[in-house]
Design a protein around this ligand. Structure first.
Ligand code: SAH
Length: 371
């Protein structure tokens, strides 16, 4: 039986159907509900006029649709918008909207902080507090949609990238229903290539994701050899490159048209030589993929530098000559710290910061158990 104050934004399409049935109504009410909330932005149950009156009353008594609160909104010179969002427990996360001529990409967070401790990422410096709920993940899209409307923006959200704070695949239980809501024709209705999940490479969770929902995958490879990758992405110790690339192949094998995006941050003098590019090309042989080079975005307290544009071009040329579609990610919103890897949010419980290494190990074990 439904409990009072049941948060319906925490439910994926199937769970919603079960919820409406448990109230004695037909399953199709779930579809109508998703249309009201995710397509028409309606949050008042009493106004959902195609529901029978008794259902509207039941929802008023039993259900809730909590919203996230904007703590701060910043707009970049290039029109990128960053929101610092506050949640019920006082934790804060960041969400970024990146408008372009033809598309509008919303970059959303999956966790408060991150436990993976990649050496070049600002989110890692703050440690990990907790996973976001499904409601907090889809809530970022609802909020961005609402704010864009209020701001009179001509831009629409056409793409979702799970590239904000956190490692999405360490939060699979809450992520999967959220992705199903993004994909459902009755909810946000994004096509499969318009929703991208980026991962540091949790191999068993990549397989689980593949089985659960059809979305595009990006993998943070960042180095062509295990020694170097382990320095940059410590998770590599657990899931080295060969295992990770095998998982990428499995991800693509089910639907033959799929390609994984290989993300590669460009760090001067660290991973950006032409020799690195040649080795990368060898590693990627037979992996259906395209490569996205990400110029490093600096943040205080970090010693890395971004590769020169000549080094980035030479790296790109080397991959292109070997047959890889290779793009360079345009840096957006750097003046408001909204670019890749610059998101920090605010963690309420700073004590977890010191427990970062412990948490990392624990979390990785959880990842293994997902298989
Ligand atoms: N945890 C996920 C999502 C991270 S953010 C993952 O690791 O994929 C998305 C991308 O930005 C990742 O490829 C990440 O490695 C990269 N990134 C992190 N810090 C960066 C920085 N300072 N400059 C450029 N890219 C960065």
């Amino acid at each position: 039986m439904a409990q009072p104050n049941t948060n319906l934004l925490n439910m994926g399409p199937q769970e919603l159907e079960g919820f409406f049935k448990s109230l004695g109504h037909q399953g199709f009410r779930a579809k109508q509900f998703m249309q009201w909330v995710y397509q028409r932005d309606m949050t008042e149950f009493s106004c959902m006029h195609d529901f029978p009156l008794d259902l509207r009353r039941q929802l008023d008594e039993l259900a809730s649709l909590p919203t996230l609160t904007v703590h701060t909104e910043k707009t970049s010179k290039d029109e990128t918008i960053k929101w610092l969002l506050e949640m019920d427990d006082g934790n804060k996360i960041e969400t970024v909207f990146i408008p372009d001529t033809k598309r509008g990409t919303l970059c959303i967070s999956s966790q408060v902080g991150c436990a993976l401790n990649c050496s070049f990422c600002a989110t890692a410096t703050q440690g990990f507090n907790r996973n976001l709920s499904t409601s907090e993940i889809v809530g970022q899209i609802m909020l961005a949609k609402r704010r864009l409307l209020e701001l009179g923006s001509s831009h629409k959200i056409t793409n979702i990238v799970m590239m904000g704070m956190g490692e999405p695949l360490l939060n699979l239980d809450n992520l999967i229903p959220a992705l199903q809501i993004m994909r459902s024709d009755y909810a946000f209705g994004f096509a499969k290539r318009k929703v991208t999940v980026s991962t540091s490479g949790l191999v068993p969770a990549m397989d689980k994701l593949n089985a659960a929902v059809d979305v595009a995958l990006a993998v943070s490879l960042h180095a062509p050899s295990d020694d170097l990758r382990t320095q940059l992405v410590p998770l590599n110790k657990k899931y080295p490159i060969a295992e990770l690339l095998a998982a990428c192949k499995r991800y693509c094998s089910i639907k033959k048209s799929n390609k994984v995006t290989i993300e590669y941050v460009m760090l001067a003098g660290v991973n950006d030589s032409v020799a690195n590019a040649r080795l990368l090309a060898k590693q990627l042989a037979n992996v259906p993929c395209k490569v996205n080079l990400i110029p490093f975005n600096p943040f205080p307290g970090n010693n890395y530098n971004c590769s020169s544009s000549n080094a980035i071009m030479a790296f790109q040329r080397c991959l292109v000559e070997r047959g890889y579609l290779t793009t360079v990610r345009r840096t957006r919103g750097p003046d408001i710290d909204a670019a890749c890897g610059q998101l920090r949010g605010r963690l309420r419980d700073k004590t977890k910061r010191n427990a970062r290494f412990k948490v990392t190990r624990q979390v990785v074990t959880v990842g293994r158990n997902l298989s």
